[in-house]
Design a protein around this ligand. Structure first.
Ligand SMILES: *[C@@H]1O[C@H](CO)[C@@H](O)[C@H](O)[C@H]1NC(C)=O
Ligand SMILES: *[C@@H]1O[C@H](CO)[C@@H](O)[C@H](O)[C@H]1NC(C)=O
Ligand SMILES: *[C@@H]1O[C@H](CO)[C@@H](O)[C@H](O)[C@H]1NC(C)=O
Ligand SMILES: *[C@@H]1O[C@H](CO)[C@@H](O)[C@H](O)[C@H]1NC(C)=O
Ligand SMILES: *[C@@H]1O[C@H](CO)[C@@H](O)[C@H](O)[C@H]1NC(C)=O
Length: 426
């Protein structure tokens, strides 16, 4: 499955190396080589076990104006008075929309049911925005409304996780035919013949052009080279074909990288080359989003574009390489998610860049602001059940946890429920 699990976030690499212990370094390399290639966040991802403030309804203090503008400049006529992205998870026993038995599109590392995850409560919650309802995804209605249309989903492995969910929801109506895949199966396309409906999955983890030097185990032979002013042509060259596009990016920006602009190396993040100026991931993230939105707003072709916000990870008591886990079995209560400095910083940047693009891009730009609803679901990740029956050899087995991608079925099915609601009146 290749390098879709970025291995070595810069912060961790630096932290380990600066510990100065050869043993630790060796261990680190081995762990990286074991290649879970989990992408991970910086140390700020460690969750302080904070108690929920009394009566706190919001996770973060976000000005009301800013939030309600989140629909993309008021581009959601059906829900004018309701912020779809602010609400709570409510218990609901009707169960998931599909299962490991009914959907063939669930990739093994996210197939928590088949992999033997013992608890099932995580399947019994529905996203409930304050002031309105989000109905379960209606595949028939969706496909009827999308006859002859082409959707593109563009991004990284979390985005692919999202595509699997969409395929599972739609395959209840009609089985999709795969009509294209690249050598690595990272970019793929499916067709629903009765509806002439097409979904393209386009691999572009940074949206901008990146040269990645990693082998299949996720071990880097050189720092990745990121061209912050050049978009990845895998998605831009196909842009004219798409009627709808879901765009996202994320935690790859935490990796060690050399940053290029105007054909010159202008800085880097955590790289070895001391002649280059250190720049934080916020810098490259903002630059990449800006150039992506510039393309989207200036292109003569005008699909409906959903920008999906930051997907948080939920490692606790360590990071992916140091025994971090995510073994909660219920959503966070308000305030329980802790102070997420890095997440919040990236989330703020992407909303700023989105809102800067809306006056030019107009109503067809929509913010799929799933950050908060996702953050509330530490129970929705595979954890050890990224592997098939990980404890078969006893509970003491050393097992890698995935607290970044999401179980399917699972909480991110709600991303599609919300999309359904957003397109309902389009
Ligand atoms: C569960 O969710 C479904 C779909 O939204 C809804 O029809 C049903 O009433 C809910 N059940 C409970 C017990 O809340
Ligand atoms: C689905 O998961 C259940 C356990 O939740 C398991 O018993 C069953 O064999 C799985 N089915 C498939 C097709 O993997
Ligand atoms: C199917 O949809 C595509 C656009 O996605 C269109 O170009 C093509 O003509 C359609 N085919 C039929 C048979 O309607
Ligand atoms: C370090 O960066 C400078 C400036 O881009 C470049 O000229 C030099 O070749 C780089 N050194 C190494 C070892 O990559
Ligand atoms: C969850 O993981 C922590 C270690 O990160 C462990 O101490 C705790 O016992 C685990 N809880 C359960 C229910 O397995």
């Amino acid at each position: 499955m290749g390098t879709e699990w970025p291995p070595t976030p810069a912060q961790q690499r630096k932290a380990v190396v600066s510990a100065g212990s050869a043993l630790k370094l060796v261990l680190f390399v081995i762990l990286a080589g074991l290649a879970l290639r989990l992408l991970v966040g910086p140390p700020a991802y460690l969750l302080p076990p904070t108690a929920a403030p009394e009566g706190a309804a919001r996770l973060f203090a976000v000005p009301e104006r800013e939030r309600t503008a989140g629909g993309g400049g008021g581009g959601i006529p059906s829900v004018e008075s309701c912020d779809l992205f602010h609400g709570e998870w409510v218990p609901n026993s009707s169960g998931p929309a599909y299962t490991n038995a009914s959907c063939r599109f669930i990739e093994s590392p996210q197939n928590c049911m088949t992999n033997g995850r013992p608890d099932t409560d995580y399947l019994n919650w529905r996203w409930k925005p304050y002031g309105c309802e989000v109905s379960p995804f209606d595949g028939k209605k969706f496909l009827d409304g999308m006859k002859g249309k082409h959707w593109a989903l563009i991004g990284d492995s979390i985005l692919r996780n999202h595509v699997q969910s969409l395929l599972c929801l739609l395959s209840k109506v009609e089985d999709a035919t795969e009509v294209y895949h690249d050598d690595t199966f990272r970019s793929r396309r499916w067709h629903f013949p009765s509806y002439n409906f097409t979904i393209s999955l386009v691999w572009a983890p940074f949206l901008v052009k990146a040269k990645i030097f990693e082998d299949d185990d996720g071990v880097s032979t050189a720092d990745l080279q990121l061209h912050l002013d050049v978009l990845e042509t895998d998605w831009t060259s196909q842009w004219e074909k798409f009627d709808y596009a879901v765009i996202s990016t994320g935690q790859w920006f935490f990796k060690t990288a050399v940053y290029w602009e105007n054909g010159a190396a202008i800085g880097c993040h955590s790289c070895q080359n001391k002649t280059l100026e250190e720049r934080p991931p916020e810098y490259s993230f903002r630059r990449a989003l800006r150039v992506a939105f510039q393309f989207i707003t200036s292109s003569p072709h005008k699909p409906v574009v959903f920008y999906r916000t930051w997907a948080p990870s939920h490692f606790e008591n360590g990071e992916w390489f140091s025994g971090g886990t995510c073994n909660r079995t219920a959503p966070f209560k308000p305030g329980e998610a802790g102070d997420r400095e890095w997440d919040n910083s990236m989330w703020r940047i992407e909303r700023e860049e989105f809102h800067n693009a809306v006056p030019i891009g107009g109503d067809r730009l929509k913010l799929l602001d799933t950050f908060e609803l996702s953050l509330l679901r530490p129970d929705g990740h595979p954890g050890p059940y990224r592997a098939y029956h990980p404890y078969e050899k006893g509970v003491t087995a050393k097992v890698q946890n995935d607290c970044l991608h999401w179980c399917l079925p699972g909480p991110i099915d709600a991303w599609n429920d919300v999309i359904m609601k957003m397109v309902a009146k389009d």
